[in-house]
Design a protein around this ligand. Sequence first.
Ligand SMILES: *Cc1c(COP(=O)(O)O)cnc(C)c1O
Length: 405
Amino acid sequence: MKQNLAILGGPKTLDKKFDWPVYDESDVNAVAEIVRSGNWGNPDCGDVVEAFEKEFASFCGTKYALTCVNGSVALRLALIACGVKPGDEVIVPPYTFIATASIVLEANCVPVFVDIDPDTYNINPAKIEAAITIRTKAIIPVHFAGQSCDMDGIMSIAKKHNLRVIEDACHGHGAEYKGKKLGSIGDAGCFSFQSSKNLTCGEGGIITTNNEELYDMINSLRNVGRVKDGQWYEHHYAGCNYRMTQMQAILLSNQLKRLNEQTARRHENGTYLNSLLEKIDGIKPLSRGLGETVHCYHIYIFKYDLSKFNNLSKVEFAKMLAAEGVPCFMGYPEPLYKQPLFQKKSFMCYAIPPEVDYTKVFCHETEKACYTEAVWIFQNTLLGTKEDMDKIAEAIIKIQKAIKE
Ligand SMILES: *Cc1c(COP(=O)(O)O)cnc(C)c1O
């Protein structure tokens, strides 16, 4: 019955609010204590920022972790610290947030787009080698949605061609690849603490690494070019002030205590939801079992086949599902290379040589994901109950039945 659809005024299948961020009085008190101390940015009286960095490094199993203002800056600092020069090429996927590619431009380098694997929506290692040239210096694999990339494949290509690997782990807090935390496998790992991410303090970022040279350079670049044992007004590199406040760090420390339990719940609910959705004709969850020992489901993604839904467009389907109370979205409207920034090679693109023409880029799998297939459910939904997952499946079945009538 079509009239039964929530979008047409019928009852919602899932009538519940999924809160994010999750916090209680312990978070409020921790921040209040810093506010009362007056040491908001000053590390001299008990450095909460450094304490959090140690906690996060230990959480990821890396030697170092360096906080900064956001995930984009984390990526940019990690890339610059690798020693890239203007005009160097950096391989990125086109199915990701703009920052993965725009920070390459900000570093005066050239983003080269390599298509995704249709089963995981992560960069396809089998397509990386064809994109490598004499100017290629780094790969930025994105652990999209919280599912690890094929890191064995990527690391072996990087080793063969002497490339740096910077993991964009902005979706990947707490997720693992073959038992290793994301962000601990490449030369550096970059995380965001922006409001929507699985670990957040509103805005913020962190870089993990085991490489002491990278650590020293990033540490200097985020602190206006100062160096260890140098004077306050002694600046060695073209850095900037990218430091985080003590209030952010204490909030992250407190939030980190919840992360393991939340990740376990998302992993469990995501796995259960897969088992429900794969039974629905025309719905296909992304593939699992490719090395991701923990999937942290920053996004739960499934593929939608409109031919099984009376040719209802993905956009309309996502609107109907959202109306049923499932916090969902159509995802990126188009591949990154379609953004005006690349199509027009606008302001800030002066390092891109004239022969690079993004209007000629075509990544088939990314186009399919954007235009017809991918539907996203947000991470906080996966913090719900098993019954909530049942209702997500129920809502999809309800829509399918109604529109087939
Ligand atoms: C959020 C995000 C970033 C950037 O993080 P900010 O903290 O917003 O700067 C980079 N890459 C991916 C994949 C992201 O989702």
